[in-house]
Design a protein around this ligand. Sequence first.
Ligand code: NAG
Length: 323
Amino acid sequence: MRNMESKIMNLVFAFGILPIYMCTAQSPGINPNILTQSNNLGECQACKIFVESFKNGLERTTRGKYEGGDAAWEEEKLKQSYKRSEMRLIDIQDGICKEEKKHSIQCHHMAEKAEEFIESWWAQNPDESADLFQYICIDNLRVCCPQHHYGKYCTPCPGDHEKLCSGNGKCRGDGTRKGNGTCLCDIGYTGDHCNECLPGYYTSYKDENKMLCSQCHQACMGGCRAGTHKDCVACRQGFVFDSDEGCLDVNECDDLDRCSKDQFCMNSIGSFTCMTCDKSCESCHGDGPDMCRKCAEGYSKKGEFCIADREDEDQSEKLTTTR
Ligand SMILES: *[C@@H]1O[C@H](CO)[C@@H](O)[C@H](O)[C@H]1NC(C)=O
């Protein structure tokens, strides 16, 4: 029963929690809400995709379908009538969202919602270069806002629109009917205006227009003054403080009892690993049959190597038979 439970937990962990954790770990600057939106696209984004697809349709049908008419004047006449025809609109709508692979469902859903607005736009003999995005997504479907505006009423993002959130983040809901206009800071930044560094980061640049935060050296714990291992406030576990050299890697393998008897120790920056010895060794100081401290049972030392006694017997047998 216990076993079963832990198996289920492993599955949950492998397929549920872990991938989400890995995503956030790989791109910690991205709000997890945005990550879930990439599966279930935001409405404004879906509208943008629909409008792009519609524009492609306009482009695709711009030269009409009656090419190769009998006479040039006839062709021209047919072209003109096609240009504003119901037929062309149908041709466009037949191809709508077809180029969209990833978000095809959301695109079609938006196309359905936009249909009545598209039809009344088409009936007005529109200028095809008009801003369809504004007309559909902002003014009629009301799923988007103009750039640097957010929320239900398209409120302007607070602050200087040239450098929102000190240039180190974005206004929550920017360009959509969502969000509350507060700053969503890039990785390494915090504060209401993203003008402070997160713990583990230091101010690597600052003038009246711009400030930048950079990550402390991996040897540091609890912050730093600058970017090297000499600038740490304190040393992380696995590092030791030296008054000249700052935080230095500890060679855990200097302690011979670090690993169990049949393993050897490999140092790494900030840590170490225990690796199992070659099968010919009982104990060893590295990988391979030439690195044994002591041979395993059934093996004996021949020069640098621990060789299986059986092989040895076979060889001596051969020697005796050839004699
Ligand atoms: C704005 O939204 C964010 C994220 O949803 C939330 O954490 C924050 O508390 C909100 N701030 C205000 C002032 O409503």
